[in-house]
Design a binder for this molecule. Structure first.
Ligand code: WTA
Length: 654
């Protein structure tokens, strides 16, 4: 049990209800909805899905399947309904919101902006969909999207959805090798990219990296290239097609949406786990979109005239759900940002808030910590009076960063929502609801309707009342990932075998006497560095590919800005003694094989890794030493060679 003293909850500062249609405005509303969704999930979610989505054939079935039978049959929601998600995100708004701005874009340089109305976005999506079709893209086929933060990335996603193709967005920071793995895993034949991306004044050679990824990949038929910077790029005439030329060739401004069944895959998104290569999680059309729409409206208490800004990248799940699908399904104005919080200086976010009149702002704790470290002046220089709700996502937020966000950014009058969720959950799962939930700094508070959290202790027993343990979810919810692309067995063994009957999140969690949840971080071998999710196994695979390195063990350690840093213990090859440039060599390999966001902070050369007599690396020991807490190593009696630990502690770099 934790010894952290319990805090009183803070009252909700802004209870103005003007213009909100969200069904949850008070804790009583939340309690009623939560019970209704638990006791009658079919009734609750059929109603929500029918109110939110534009169906071609409305569903009569709600939930089918459960966590006990998931090895044999996937969970499904609304299985007999048919729809095309783009009709919910575009067509259904044309009559009432055709001239409302759908996507508001702020480029890398301050003040470089574009605005697309719902009607304009609709036309662009239809034209792009027609262009994809003319490239031969079929329903159900996978299309990789490897782009930066330009509106065309969202257009590409929706264009795929319009014709029933399955998109897989790969974050533009990933290397050619990582991109190639993903192209192969989902057997994509068409890729959408752009000449270059821009970020923080730097150029990202997306087309060139894409070319590298495609070397030898004969099954890649077409690469559609959006021209952003107009830099010269290499060109394979039989394969490469300019976006603007392909669109000029299709003389349409409308394209009927291809009917899909509710459980058709909408997208595959790769994410890191504790072992092996990243998994392609599959999200399906109707359940995902219902969840995206419901959570986006309810958590942020969406209003018709909101200017809603999520600072994530479309390459991650947050960008999918809370830049593209949730806001567009809800008819909101969603801001897309190409740059970084520090470019050209630490005032950039608040400059955007002031210039665009942002009302709801959603970012990651790592950005908040980095900005807080630059001083308050960068914030107070700008008018933030438009702000109403401030959100965070991606990692635990420490109470100091929370307080700074609340007091300095929000001037003590905005509602803070610390939203816990995962690629697997599709949307926000544990969170304050802006107008309803009294908050506690550092707490994601309570579960959304349909989410039934269970904390499991070391004896694999559910904790009743306050306590700490592993976080599981006990019931299916509409937005859950249905499977791993091409490997349902891996899905079942990763998420449903640790605690049979429960979905295991991989996170630790503490619950206080008032039922508030505090997420304590990953309890498995997944790292969360600056909100980027990476597997220790991925780093280890890269390290042993470095010539000088024979063995490697990688763990996380607490980092004041990034949340976690990456600590690598390496055993050198026999005869290798030169340790200079080891970190540089390791990081060059990480950049090549994963991407520029994968960086090791510390390399320590060790005589051996601590292993059990059966040869298993005892990662717990490595973790404690990296955390600077070697006195908490616990029982070492199962080690094959305890002397190794003494040497590691002596050489520790922390
Ligand atoms: C972590 C991002 C604490 C958590 C949406 C989870 C959080 C992982 C929070 C998923 C939060 C996300 N508080 N931890 N509010 N939000 N996490 O798949 O460890 O990139 O398991 O999805 O991020 O990362 P992913």
């Amino acid at each position: 049990m934790s010894t952290i003293p319990e805090m009183p909850a803070r009252e909700v500062p802004d209870r103005v209800r003007q213009g909100s249609h969200s069904p949850i405005q008070s804790l009583d509303d939340w309690r009623r909805s939560w019970m209704a969704a638990r006791d009658n999930p079919d009734g609750f979610w059929l109603r929500e899905s029918q109110a939110r989505l534009a169906w071609q054939t409305p569903p009569t079935q709600g939930l089918r399947g459960d966590f006990h039978t998931i090895a044999d049959s996937q969970v499904s929601w609304f299985a007999d309904g048919t729809l095309n998600v783009t009709e919910s995100c575009l067509d259904q708004h044309l009559a009432t919101r055709g001239d409302k701005v759908a996507i508001l874009w702020e480029g890398d340089e301050p003040g470089v902006t574009r605005a697309l109305t719902y009607r304009e976005l609709y036309v662009e999506v239809c034209r792009t969909a027609a262009a994809l079709r003319s490239l031969g893209v079929q329903k159900g086929e996978r299309v990789i999207i490897y782009m930066g933060m330009v509106p065309e990335a969202a257009i590409a996603m929706l264009a795929c959805a319009r014709i029933g193709a399955v998109h897989s967005v790969v974050f533009g920071g990933f290397s050619a090798e990582a991109l190639r793995d993903r192209i192969r895993d989902c057997a994509a034949e068409v890729i959408i990219t752009q000449d270059e991306g821009l970020r923080g004044g730097r150029v990202i050679p997306l087309k060139a990296t894409c070319d590298d990824a495609c070397v030898g990949e004969r099954h890649v038929r077409k690469v559609l290239v959006y021209q952003h910077t107009s830099a010269p790029v290499d060109w394979l005439p039989e394969r490469d097609v300019w976006w603007h030329e392909a669109l000029a060739d299709v003389a349409v401004s409308e394209l009927p949406a291809v009917p899909c069944v509710a459980e058709d895959p909408l997208f595959v998104l790769y994410t890191s786990g504790s072992t092996g290569r990243p998994k392609g999680l599959v999200h399906t059309c109707a359940g995902y979109l219902t969840w995206a729409s419901y959570t986006h409206e309810v958590v942020f208490d969406l209003r018709e005239d909101d200017v809603y800004a999520c600072m994530a990248d479309v390459g991650w799940i947050t960008g999918h759900t809370y830049i593209v699908y949730g806001p567009l399904c809800n008819g909101a104005t969603t801001l897309m940002f190409e740059s970084t919080p520090l470019y050209p200086d630490a005032g950039r976010y608040w400059d955007i808030v002031a210039r665009h009149g942002v009302t709801v702002f959603y970012t990651a704790p790592t950005a908040i910590r980095a900005l807080a470290a630059q001083g308050d002046g960068f914030v107070t220089d700008y008018d933030r009076s438009s702000l109403r709700v401030l959100g965070t996502v991606g990692e635990p937020i420490n109470p100091e960063a929370w307080e700074w966000y609340y007091d300095v950014v929000g001037e003590g009058r905005c509602n803070i929502v610390d939203t816990w969720w995962q690629t697997e959950t599709g949307g926000i799962a544990i969170t304050p609801i802006a107008p309803a939930t009294p908050t506690k700094p550092g707490s994601a508070t309570f579960a959304m309707p349909a989410i039934v959290p269970v904390i499991v202790n070391d004896e694999a027993q559910p904790v009743v009342g306050p306590g700490e343990g592993r976080l599981c979810l006990a019931q299916p919810w509409p937005g859950m990932a249905r499977t791993v692309w091409g490997d349902h067995e891996r899905y079942v063994s990763t998420y449903f075998s640790t605690f049979p009957g429960f979905y295991f999140t991989g996170d630790g969690c503490r619950r206080d006497a008032e039922g508030y949840h505090f997420i304590t971080g990953r309890v498995d071998d997944v790292l969360n560095v600056s909100g980027h999710r990476m597997g220790t196994a991925e780093f280890e695979a890269v390290l042993i590919s470095v010539e000088a390195i024979a063995e490697a063990g990688v763990v996380g350690f607490p980092h004041p800005i990034k949340g976690q840093g990456v600590y690598a213990y390496v055993v050198l090859q026999p005869g290798v003694h030169d340790e200079t440039r080891l970190l540089a060599a390791a990081n060059a390999a990480c950049r090549n094989q994963i991407g520029a966001h994968a960086r090791i902070d510390v390399v320590q050369v060790v005589p051996g890794l601590p292993k059990t007599r059966s040869g298993k690396v005892m990662r717990r020991i490595l973790r404690k030493i990296a955390e600077g807490a070697p006195e908490q190593l616990g029982d070492l009696s199962t080690l094959a060679d305890p002397g190794v630990v003494v040497a590691i502690i002596a050489g520790s770099r922390r």
